[in-house]
Unconditional design. Structure first.
Lengths: 197, 197, 197, 197
DNA sequence: AATGAATGAGCCTTCATTCAT
DNA sequence: TATGAATGAAGGCTCATTCAT
């Protein structure tokens, strides 16, 4: 496939992001995409041939774009500080509704599940992302323990547990709704379970 | 609308349950329901006039049907035993995919969210269910602490934290997939955090 | 056909009258009739097998029920008085919208026209009614001329002309709307064309 | 909605004209229009989104298309000649069944009436058309009186009266049916009422 | 490359009519 | 007689996708 205009393709991805963030995956129509992209119906098909294709491209771009943000920390930062920063990022993600693909991703993976599509571990973005976060957190905990700042018997399980909790907070925020205070309370509770006062 | 045949109505609800469990909420069409119910297109409208109405009825029936199952425990059961039973029930729920409305409910509430529908606390079944579970767990923890079986500083936060974790396990099971072993590991981890050996 | 319950049949006709008066002919559904008649869907079919059949029965009953009302006049009444009374009745009919079958009848005959149904003169109620009115009016005019009250060269044409005008007033009332004053003006104009001052 | 192809839109209007002329307003379905227009179901929706919208456009086009025909008269024409021409046009309209929107318009306005829609005088095409005709006729009569050709006490009322009569002839033609001879007779009768021999 | 009119399948809904009770 | 649940055809409308330009 010739490269076509990568610029235009990126533009479509960028605009579609907002559509999926707003309406989820299942409910999105080609018309929604077309309207958001200021492109013709036929034009869209030159770049993508289905909503699913657009969606996976949006996810891929989202993954690629990670790690760009994030506060910088001084070299002298303690593991507690780093953990606090990690939690702050998670909080942002939990409460970020307008611009989050999360529910669309849930719907997408659910739709794959029910159509019996088996994902290779490599393609299961949701799982990969989860495991990456667990790993980061696990290492952070190990560092903290070594530094004498944290207490933890089983860093792997603790990290996994924390990430499931955060997952629970995310889905709750998008369905039942959740207050910022409730999120804070939970994140603080988690940190207190680790940090030695 | 008169009550028509309650038997048929219940039959529709029962069959629709399976449809929503399988396909979620957003993707379900009247045709799906009609096919599953062995009824005519027009016939369905004698009982329900929209998918939302059917879904609401399915949820209501589901709530009403709760509490029927559940293992009995001897009067002499320790709080640890009760906690283990609670966790066993949760595990069943986490892994129960074929017959679970959970994702459909998530989609339903998500769709309400994005259409700006504000739910009264009373109607937010998801929230109510969550809070009920938290309360049960909290009381259980308090009992355990009093009985000298559990150690816990803050039963309320701990209970809330555990339920968010379980929520995380549920959504993960329905989207990324999760192994029974992984669920066991998490539930055991949670219990170990409470029980004094 | 056994007579069934004539009482019930009449009841259906009576109630249906109101339905056709309100909604015309084309727009009426069996459901409308059933609701108005406090009868079951199936029950209705025991008496009538189509909307058209009901409608023709309603018309027939309407015709049969004519002549019942109408003010009595003293034997000494002048033809002018009788003409005034005739016009008064016409006015009532022109402005009677809520309880008038007129538009439904128009729609019915129009629908017959477009389906190529040729009516025998005998069955063309609209024509018959028109001609009857013309005849009455014609005789009235002749009487008036003989009595020296009216001036008229051609009673037949005059009567026909007046009835077309009244027809015009009726249809205008039901489509564009018309004020009572405008009707009065026209009827007075017509009478002045006849009466010798 | 952008203008799309005006050519196609006009084509739809033209074809729909025939549909409404043949079947009236109430009985027309989207399918009827679609079939008449040799267009797809979905295609029609690119131009119009409801039958009412199509009908309104058809009427508008009809109004816009008026005045194109009509015989020319020599400058020396007498008012009697002009009146005769006016009547000739009316006769054509009265008897023009195949290509006339009249009954559809009646149904449309009737349907508005029964659904309580209040029309601004501006939008009431039927009324406007009637009043315009009255005005033309009134002026014609005044001219005739001045020219010593007509006798008339009250040109306004006479004109109004004549137009109601013509309205009566129109509706009769479309429901009961009317012969050309009968129309001629009436029109001649009307003219004789005006012209001084 | 790009457009957007056009298609036709498929969804939701309503209606006249039937039929077991 | 009488009921009203049930049916399936038909109508209105939307959507993914194609194609001539």
């Amino acid at each position: 496939m010739a490269e076509k205009s990568t610029k235009k393709r990126d533009f479509i991805i960028e605009r579609s992001y907002a559509v999926f963030a707003k309406r989820g995956y299942t409910a999105v129509t080609m018309q929604d995409i077309v309207s958001a992209c200021e492109i013709s119906r036929g034009g869209l098909y030159l770049y993508f041939t289905s909503i699913e294709e657009i969606f996976t491209a949006v996810i891929a771009a989202d993954i690629a774009g990670r790690g760009e943000s994030g506060e910088a920390l001084p070299a002298s930062a303690s593991t507690s500080d780093i953990l606090a920063l990690f939690m702050k990022e998670q909080k942002k993600e939990i409460l970020r509704k307008k611009k989050s693909l999360l529910f669309a991703i849930y719907e997408y993976y659910f739709s794959l599940h029910i159509t019996q599509v088996k994902l290779s571990a490599k393609d299961n973005f949701l799982k990969k992302q989860f495991e990456t976060a667990v790993l980061i957190l696990e290492n952070l905990i190990r560092d903290g323990v070594l530094a004498g700042e944290f207490f933890c018997d089983d860093p792997r399980s603790t990290a996994t547990n924390i990430m499931y909790t955060i997952e629970g907070l995310k889905i709750t925020a998008r369905t039942s709704g959740i207050s910022e205070a409730a999120v804070d309370k939970q994140l603080i509770y988690i940190m207190q379970g680790l940090i030695i006062e």
